[in-house]
Write a protein that binds this ligand. Structure first.
Ligand SMILES: [Zn+2]
Length: 602
């Protein structure tokens, strides 16, 4: 046993010795290598370590393009050249940056700022954008003097560009991400995020995916070689249903007025125009905006940032009479042929509710009451049917509902009823409230977008038309019914809307389409924004022209085209434009003329 043990020890000792010897050799080798590296080759390695660095950089994906329905660009990426000063702290020289100013037009304020940044810098490496958007002349000047300039680089970047001002509310804009909400993204130079409109709601799809590259850069900041690269994935393009041509036409047609024009295809809900005037210029918002520019925009009393088409709420005025009529026509005991006598005023209790037509309309039936827009007829009618049924029908036709709220902030407007008033004011609904609501005044409010949808539902005999801003493919399913109603109801409503424009007693007769087989149908509205006092009524109601702008009535028109097999529904709102027939209907007529040109195309 002992012998065996001893032998074992010997074996172990030998092994230990060999292992130990190998270890010593290895250590010696390593030490030698280290010595060699650190001492003998120190100069060589020192140089490399000092001068070259490995940069990990994000590769920015190109942002998706936003197109209109006919492939016109609404948002694109434009090449821009910027001048960059890039330096190591050790090589920093104030004279470098001052030298650049000899070849470049830079505002004195910016110059001071840049010099100060260079002076103050304590980090090893800093990169400054000296100037954005260089002209070709500047690029040429810098390039031909590049040997004199230290740390100077001209880099091509892509900057978002928006060619169409009238679509700014829809398309929106991009901006540099802020540090608080986007701590990671904010660190990536050149990256942007959608802040408003389609740019915001489709940001993820437009953005694409970031790539990554590793590159070796020398002390002068020049890339020596690319070590590795994973390309990003470009953002998706978005195709809107908007026709930029029609959008521009509508915007211009509103002239000096503020307001909105919304046009949609009744068959698939595609919006062709969604105009809010005035508008802003998206390009102004991409970069840091100057104080002067911001003051100019924010002090504009017409608030160009406000999206009137989706957020502007207006009393729908007489357009609302269409809803009241539909409710009545849906009642079994209602006789549309029955005449009502309008003497210009409707007595209810000790109040008198006036018709817009002084002296009254005389005897009118339902169709005539719509096309001549008799108020008294609807005061009387609404008391018979009540607010509950009116409100319910208004909802079925899209009032009180949000459309496009997956894309933009939108308003649902107001369809008032008993509960609404109780919740809002803790007051009971009165029959006077019903009378006022019957002509779309008082608490009733709707957006231009809702009015266009409402008419689209009428034009399609009650289809549940829902608006969209995205170009639809042909496979889209047809709309189901929003409400089940007898087609005869729509026959009467549509005939009345036809007569409003095309019968010489209609309120929009002056704006009818002449010399055309296809006619416009619709309804005018003049919606009051002020209360008319008894004393004013006795002395004579002031004309719109005599009033300050903000007290003048809004002018509205909602209609469809053509009158047979309607394809488009639209709403025109001219803020404080006076009467609907004088201000809004002529714009609607011109819109239809325009639509007739590309009925086949759009
Ligand atoms: Zn009347």
């Amino acid at each position: 046993m002992r012998i065996i043990k001893k032998k074992k020890f010997e074996l172990l000792n030998r092994r230990l010795f060999i292992f130990g010897a190998f270890k010593v050799l290895s250590i010696t080798f390593i030490l030698e290598r280290l010595y060699n590296m650190q001492i003998k080759q120190s100069e060589k390695y020192k140089k490399l370590a000092e001068n070259n660095r490995i940069n990990n950089m994000f590769v920015l994906p190109s942002r998706g393009i936003i197109y209109d329905r006919n492939d016109y660009i609404l948002a694109e990426n434009k090449e821009q050249y910027q001048l960059i000063y890039r330096y190591e702290k050790t090589n920093t020289n104030i004279n470098h940056i001052k030298k650049i100013f000899e070849y470049l037009d830079v505002e004195s304020e910016k110059k001071q700022k840049l010099v100060l940044t260079v002076k103050k810098n304590k980090s090893d490496f800093l990169q400054l954008v000296v100037k954005n958007n260089l002209s070709w002349n500047e690029v040429a000047k810098i390039s031909s003097n590049i040997t004199e300039l230290k740390g100077v680089f001209i880099e091509m970047i892509f900057v978002r560009y928006y060619p169409s001002l009238p679509t700014s509310h829809i398309v929106g804009y991009v901006k540099k991400p802020d540090k608080e909400n986007y701590p990671k993204l904010a660190k990536v130079p050149g990256t942007v995020i959608g802040k408003v409109g389609i740019e915001k709601s489709f940001d993820k799809r437009l953005q694409g995916k970031f790539g990554l590259k590793k590159e070796e850069v020398n002390a002068h900041g020049r890339v020596v070689k690319e070590i590795s690269r994973v390309n990003g994935i470009a953002g998706e393009d978005i195709k809107l249903s908007i026709s930029s041509n029609l959008q521009e036409f509508c915007y211009n047609r509103l002239g000096d007025n503020t307001g909105s024009i919304v046009t949609l295809n009744v068959n698939n809900g595609e919006l062709l125009s969604l105009v809010s005037k005035p508008s802003f210029n998206s390009n102004d918002f991409i970069k840091q905006m100057s104080k002067e520019k911001w003051n100019e925009i924010s002090s504009n009393k017409f608030n160009p940032m406000f999206d009137r088409a989706c957020l502007g709420t207006y009393p729908p005025g007489s357009i609302f009479k269409l809803i009241v009529s539909i409710v009545a026509l849906n009642e079994e005991d209602f006789n549309p042929k029955k005449k009502f006598f309008c003497n210009g005023g409707y007595k209810f209790g000790n109040q008198i509710f006036h018709c817009w037509k002084e002296g009254g309309h005389g005897y009118v039936n339902c169709e005539e009451a719509i096309s001549m827009s008799c108020d008294c007829y609807f005061y009387d009618l609404s008391l018979n049917i009540g607010i509950k049924k009116i409100a319910s029908m208004a909802y079925s036709f899209g009032l009180g509902k949000n459309f496009l709220n997956e894309f933009f902030p939108t308003s649902s407007g107001t369809v008032p009823d008993r509960d609404w008033k109780k919740n809002k004011f803790n007051l009971a609904w009165t029959r006077s409230d019903t009378i006022v609501a019957s002509i779309g005044q008082g608490y009733v409010l709707s957006t231009p977008l809702q009015l266009a949808v409402m008419v689209a539902r009428i034009a399609t005999d009650g289809n549940n038309v829902v608006s969209t801003i995205i170009k639809q493919d042909l496979k889209q399913k047809p709309f189901t019914k929003a409400v089940s109603l007898n087609n005869k109801i729509f026959d009467i409503i549509k005939k009345s809307m036809y007569n409003t424009v095309n019968n010489d007693s209609g309120t929009a007769f002056a704006s009818r389409l002449i010399n055309s087989n296809f006619k416009m149908s619709g309804k005018t509205a003049t919606s009051q924004v002020r209360r008319i006092s008894m004393s004013e009524r006795e002395e004579g109601i002031k004309k719109n022209e005599e009033l300050p702008r903000e007290q003048r009535d809004h002018a509205l028109f909602a209609g469809y085209y053509p009158h047979i097999n309607p394809k488009y529904a639209f709403s025109v709102v001219v803020e404080h434009g006076g009467s609907g027939s004088k201000s809004a209907a002529p714009i609607a007529r011109d819109l239809c003329k325009k639509l007739s040109v590309y009925t086949n195309e759009a």
